[in-house]
Structure formats: structure tokens, C-alpha cells
Write a protein that binds this ligand. Structure first.
Ligand code: THU
Length: 135
């Protein structure tokens, strides 16, 4: 695999973060996906007065990729103004895993420059997948 341009992916995530709709938490998050064709898709969190209907940045990015025809995540970057590098929620980990490989690299960061490089498999060990329904 070619050397990933993390700076570019992080910049797209950071730019998309500025579009976050966060009137309830004021916590803006941005995510950017590099897909298998080398295309980049991004997303921000979109909150709702009915709090549970909020969509996280990571899932927005996945849905953006899929609705544009993308199917496989090659790399993911997430940026937020968190005290430590942002930690994706459990629901997003499950949705990300649907379109990624356990070895797919993930770059998590905050605005202070704290970063964590991890993988989808490390974020969701022993995750449920379609393979578990094979008989
Ligand atoms: N949020 C994300 O968008 N991604 C994460 O990784 C963590 C949480 C959003 C959901 C909600 O809009 C706000 O952050 C506070 O939970």
C-alpha cells in the first residue's frame, strides 16, 4: 500500500468539522474516509432536538461514501476538540467495521495535536459481522 497522506485526510476531516451542526453539545467532530478508489468522503456530526437521532461524524462520512458508490474504507481520520485524541463511539465502530478490514488504519486526533494511530480491529475487537451469520 502506498504511504498514506494522513495530513491531507486529517485536513479534510478538520475542514468538514467546521460544518458540524451541534447546537446541543457544542462538540464538533469531523471525519474523512479514503476509499479503495482513492476518493475522499467526509462527514460531520449532525445533532437533533430529539437527542438520540444525532448522527456522528464517522457515520455521516460512511453514509456519504456509500451513497456515492464507495464500498471499502482504506483509511479513516477523525478530528475533534476533545482533551485527548477523539474516541469513536461504539455505534460508529460497528458501522465502520461493516465497510473496513480489521487492519484498516485509523488516525484519531484532537486540536492540540494529540494523536493515536490504530486500526478498525483494535477499535472493535471480536466485532459482529456478516460472517457470523454464515451457516
Ligand atoms: N460524536 C461524534 O460525532 N463522533 C465521535 O466520535 C464522538 C461523538 C458526536 C455526537 C454528538 O453530536 C457529540 O459528538 C457529543 O456526543
Amino acid at each position: 500500500m502506498e504511504i498514506l497522506d494522513w495530513d491531507r485526510l486529517r485536513k479534510v476531516a478538520s475542514d468538514t468539522r467546521t460544518h458540524a451542526y451541534v447546537p446541543y453539545s457544542s462538540f464538533a467532530v469531523g471525519a474523512a474516509i479514503l476509499d479503495e478508489d482513492g476518493k475522499i468522503f467526509s462527514g460531520c456530526n449532525v445533532e437533533n432536538a430529539s437527542y438520540g437521532l444525532t448522527n456522528c461524524a464517522e457515520r455521516t462520512a460512511v453514509f456519504n461514501m456509500v451513497s456515492s458508490g464507495g464500498r471499502k474504507i482504506r483509511a479513516l481520520a477523525v478530528v475533534a476538540g476533545s482533551p485527548r485524541a477523539i474516541s469513536p463511539c461504539g455505534a460508529c465502530r460497528q458501522v465502520l467495521a461493516e465497510f473496513a478490514h480489521p487492519d484498516t488504519p485509523v488516525f484519531l486526533s484532537n486540536l492540540d495535536g494529540d494523536t493515536i494511530e490504530t486500526t478498525i480491529g483494535q477499535l472493535l475487537p471480536y466485532g459482529f459481522s456478516g460472517d457470523d451469520m454464515d451457516r
